[in-house]
Design a protein around this ligand. Structure first.
Ligand code: ADP
Length: 204
């Protein structure tokens, strides 16, 4: 790092970000897939955000709690009508006080060591969320890192699944999405996503 000054370093980092976006843009001519380090409740450039909910759909900790706090009590009211959601499935509600129109609630698997169908269930979360979005003509969608918080799914493995499924879905449904955004809350998750997308920060 010694040989660069601050401005040069900043420019290099921006260039790398650009590269990441460009790499991911190749997935499909029309669909952009990108990473964002942010609080998903503040994301306002998509039609829907995905909630990593639990089977009750009545709120909880982590991103679920944050979404319900910002959306307000009408979200909970609508969720009560949905009769819960099975692991791997997805249901949609309005976004209320969130800056997006919709919330897609999906229930990730709880990590139990890897022999309880966790990977297939996580695949189902991403696939069913995208399918539901497509059905509702949602063209821009943001995902948190489902199951990797309180549910304990190993982040690297979960990230590989998230990317693989989204890439495949976008390729199989060309032109149906404008943007799929992975919104990562903490540095360590963001760094795993950077690495798993093939960007190489060591270049710095
Ligand atoms: P799960 O129960 O599915 O593991 P969590 O909410 O505990 O869900 O964690 C999933 C991921 O969401 C974790 O990486 C966590 O850091 C992240 N997260 C927590 N709050 C937010 C938020 N406001 N916006 C985006 N991601 C968040």
């Amino acid at each position: 790092i010694g040989k660069y000054n601050y401005e040069e370093l900043k420019r290099k980092i921006e260039n790398l970000r650009e590269k990441i976006l460009l790499n991911l843009n190749h997935v499909d001519n029309k669909t952009k897939i990108r990473l964002l380090k942010a609080d998903i409740t503040k994301v306002d450039n998509v039609d829907a955000i995905v909630n990593a909910a639990n089977t009750s759909l009545l709120g909880g900790g982590g991103v679920d709690g944050a979404i319900h706090r910002v959306a307000g009590p009408l979200l909970l009211k609508e969720c009560r009508q949905l009769n819960g959601c099975e692991v791997g499935q997805a249901k949609i509600t309005s976004g209320y006080n969130l800056p997006v129109e919709y919330v897609i609630h999906t229930v990730g698997p709880i990590w139990k060591g890897g022999n309880a169908d966790e990977s297939q269930l996580l695949v189902a979360c991403y696939r069913n969320s995208l399918r539901l979005a497509q059905k509702c003509n949602i063209r821009k969608i943001a995902f948190p890192a489902i199951s990797t918080g309180i549910y304990g799914y190993p982040v690297v493995e979960a990230t590989k699944i998230a990317f693989q499924v989204v890439k495949e879905y976008v390729q199989d449904n060309p032109g149906d999405f404008d943007l799929v955004e992975f919104v990562l809350f903490d540095d360590s998750t963001y760094n795993v996503y950077l690495k798993e997308t093939g960007s190489n920060l060591i270049e710095l």
